[in-house]
Design a protein. Structure first.
Lengths: 141, 247
């Protein structure tokens, strides 16, 4: 079996998710306030087929989160956290665990060239959202 | 890679991802507009939806929107073929949500086809309708997730014309109830059904999950639909026509 996504806690789920959400109402997500994301490409840098996109700073229940995505020749090559929650030990644990996973799993999904993920809504909603959002971002950016 | 149009919106309480060709933004708007209308009309969470008014007795069935009557009729017609395991009254009160999602996405796909959008893929909270090819000119690749370990993908389906629906029970709370016992269905972890119509695929997946151990036989008898499932012990089973090998 191919490992594609992992236990992305709500932090990671939300942060990646929000990259793909520009106008969505996020009412079903827990305790999330979002900063405007409409300028997500305003800080984008482009050098010969390589694009970096900074997501907006997202206020989650764990603290502010921001990521940078790098796309080379249309492929998602890097997901780097720019800001992570750091005030409480549990949050650090979540962040240190989920972000590397988020990164590696998003990249694996890209290499497996998966377009969409099918799963049941209620349990894996966070997982699906996070991977799907990563795919949306990679494919549509 | 040729870029495609990707849009995501949160509708019906779930993220709905839409993949289209570049330049088809107006079609994306039309699809999301349709899905929002469906939500406003069928939601059991919105007190002013037709379904909520119907449940409260404020709206007579014959005064509802023709599509409401159509959906309720289609859903009711599934009770017998699913041996009562798919029942929009399973929780004691009318709740067509389990049918509406798949139906709405299927209709959206047909709308796109009617508008000349041959290549598209719609994913509503894990239930998918794919048609045509992706931006790279290849068939859509759809991963089926392992509900017990969301890190794992159990199957990858390549298709140019298919509905893929998954129903599952999870640690966070079981949401499928065996209508015959009133108890949560626990024998199976997830059921994925593929075929032409997403509303039916979704209903079949939900029914099979509620059936539990008897689901394999029932699924193998379905005409035009194939299925794969993961049981509570992590074992897998798939029907003869299931379109892929285990990952």
């Amino acid at each position: 079996m191919r490992r594609v996504i992992l236990t992305l806690v709500v932090t990671a789920a939300v942060l990646v998710l929000l990259l793909g959400y520009k106008t969505a109402s996020l009412k079903s997500l827990p305790t999330v306030a979002i900063a405007p994301t409409s300028n997500s490409t305003s800080k984008a840098g482009t050098t010969k087929g390589t694009k970096t996109i900074d997501g907006a700073v997202v206020q989650t229940q764990f603290g502010p989160v921001q990521v940078r995505v790098t796309i080379k020749s249309g492929k998602l090559t890097e997901v780097v956290p720019l800001q992570l929650p750091s005030d409480r030990s549990r949050d650090q644990e979540i962040a240190s665990y989920s972000v590397p996973i988020l990164r590696s799993e998003a990249l694996k999904a890209q290499s497996a060239q998966i377009d969409m993920v099918s799963g049941a809504t209620y349990t894996s909603q966070g997982y699906i959202q996070s991977l799907q959002a990563a795919l949306d971002q990679a494919r549509g950016a | 890679m040729e870029l495609e149009l990707r849009r995501v919106q949160q509708i019906m309480g779930m993220p709905i991802s839409l993949a289209l060709r570049r330049g088809e933004e107006p079609l994306a708007d039309e699809v999301f507009g349709w899905l929002r209308w469906v939500d406003a009309t069928f939601s059991t969470y919105k007190s002013d939806s037709e379904i909520s008014r119907l449940v409260r007795g404020e709206l007579r069935p014959h005064h509802t929107h023709p599509l409401v009557r159509e959906v309720l009729g289609q859903a009711a017609a599934l009770v017998a073929p699913t041996k009562g395991y798919f029942d929009i009254h399973a929780r004691g009160q009318l709740d067509p949500s389990g049918y509406v999602k798949g139906w709405a996405v299927q209709m959206a796909s047909e709308l796109l086809l009617a508008r000349g959008s041959h290549d598209h893929c719609i994913n509503a909270g894990g239930d998918i309708r794919a048609h045509g090819r992706n931006a790279e000119g290849r068939p859509w690749r759809i991963a089926v997730q392992d509900p017990q370990d969301p890190a794992e993908i159990r199957w990858i389906i390549e298709t140019e014309d298919l509905a893929v629906a998954t129903s599952g029970t999870y640690a966070r709370g079981d949401h499928v109830i065996d209508p015959h016992t009133g108890q949560a269905a626990l024998a199976l972890s997830s059921v994925t059904v593929v075929g032409q119509d997403l509303a039916l695929a979704d209903a079949y997946a939900t029914a099979a999950l509620a059936m539990g151990t008897d689901a394999r036989h029932w699924l193998s008898m379905l005409e035009g639909y194939d299925a794969a499932l993961i049981d509570a012990g992590g074992g897998t089973w798939s029907s003869i026509g299931w379109p892929c090998e285990d990952e």
